[in-house]
Write a protein that binds this ligand. Structure first.
Ligand code: NAD
Length: 351
């Protein structure tokens, strides 16, 4: 298994492999870039079929974090870690503590947060051994209420701000009254986004694989429920993917009738070229790693001492970044996804 010649290797600064005989821990940490600050990114636990698959994931995801944090104007770099194993079978306190001790060896160049297969509680266990974890502390909201380290509310708020900016750019409207929005996936982020939209007067169409989530959105937000396969083809103004990755592909894009795609799901484009196809079809796409950065901003702010008013202002900056991307995309006639990548590179390479 080669690293330097791996297709997903892209000038990563450090790739470390860890093994602990006592607990069976096998982990890889990839630090892509620390020009802007320490590399912050999730610690994923997954039953990878091979070491090669784990390496590919950690190389790809750590690079994505460099771009995301740079676009979010954070003084953070990009990194990610993967623990090879089934979280339901192989996770133990000893294994998580061993991971925490490994993180100490990186001297703070990488800071771990929760991800698929790990929870805030797991990160709290790692924190018994290391300071290099984030997203573990309770936070005070602007109204004085307290919430857990879970960043989903901030992700939803940032997505709402970004969606509003996309509507303003496309239609010149600053209000969302009567705007028709289809939300795919009404989980932690999607439901809160739907609440913001409902409060702003938008009309909602929703789908999910869990009927109780759908019923809640119908009852509480006056949403219209639609079958999963119909959500992308609805005659609406905005399609907001908040469930899965790779929802925009050769089969789905021709069905899309919304003029705007703005949602929180990670990796919405099946391939980079789908950004170009959306542009050619006149669809305004808010790049996922820009619009869904509220979560990383939330986690990043925890390390600077949590200040809810500053946090909110910083998340609102997602709207400014998207405006810049949309304007450059119009001026240069290039896909928003490509412009976002270029803007990120300008930000993290020159520091
Ligand atoms: P979640 O698991 O709470 O919600 C996802 C929802 O999508 C669930 O209700 C699930 O039932 C539903 N779903 C799954 N498959 C579906 C399908 N085929 N059709 C319709 N609905 C389906 O996850 P979340 O935390 O709300 O995250 C949603 C998306 O946003 C994910 O792609 C995640 O990677 C991304 N994201 C989340 C955060 C965060 O802070 N939570 C940050 C950045 C990006």
């Amino acid at each position: 298994m080669s690293v330097f010649s791996h297709p997903a290797f892209d000038r990563h600064q450090n790739v470390s492999f860890f093994h602990d005989s006592e607990t069976g821990l096998r982990a890889i940490v990839a630090i892509h870039n620390t020009n802007r600050g320490p590399a912050l990114g999730g610690c994923r636990m997954w039953p990878y079929a091979s070491d090669e698959e784990a390496l590919r994931d950690v190389l790809r995801l750590s690079k994505g974090m460099t771009y995301k944090s740079a676009l979010a104007n954070l003084e953070l770099g990009g990194g990610k870690s993967v623990i090879i194993g089934d979280p339901r079978q192989h996770k133990s306190e000893a294994l998580l503590r061993a991971m925490g001790r490994f993180l100490n060896q990186l001297g703070g160049d990488y800071i771990a947060a929760e991800d698929s297969g790990t929870s805030v509680e797991d990160l709290k266990i790692m924190a018994l051994e290391t300071d290099h974890v984030a997203g573990v502390r309770d936070k005070v909201n602007l109204d004085g209420s307290v919430r857990s380290g879970d960043p989903s509310p901030s992700t939803a708020f940032g997505t709402f701000i970004g969606l509003r900016e996309a509507v303003r750019h496309r239609t010149g409207r600053t209000d969302l009254e009567g705007l028709r929005v289809a939300v795919q996936g009404i989980g932690s982020v999607g439901y809160r986004l739907a609440e913001y939209l409902h409060e702003a007067g938008a009309q909602l169409w929703v789908t999910d694989i869990h009927q109780d989530s759908i019923d809640r959105a119908v009852d509480e937000l006056g949403a219209t429920a639609v079958p999963a396969e119909e959500i992308i083809g609805l005659e609406v103004d905005v399609f907001a993917p908040c469930a899965l990755g790779a929802v925009l592909d050769d089969a789905s894009i021709p069905k899309l009738r919304a003029g705007i795609v703005a949602g929180a799901a990670n990796n919405q484009l099946a391939e980079e070229r789908h950004g170009e196809i959306l542009q050619q079809r006149g669809v305004l796409y808010a790049p996922d790693f820009v619009i869904n950065a509220g979560g990383i901003i939330d986690v990043g702010f925890e390390r600077q001492g949590h200040d809810p008013a500053r946090l909110q202002r910083h998340i609102e900056g997602i709207g400014d970044t998207l405006r810049e991307i949309f304007e450059r995309s119009d001026a240069e006639q290039l896909p928003t996804s490509m412009i976002a990548n270029r803007l990120a590179e300008e930000r993290f390479m020159k520091v």
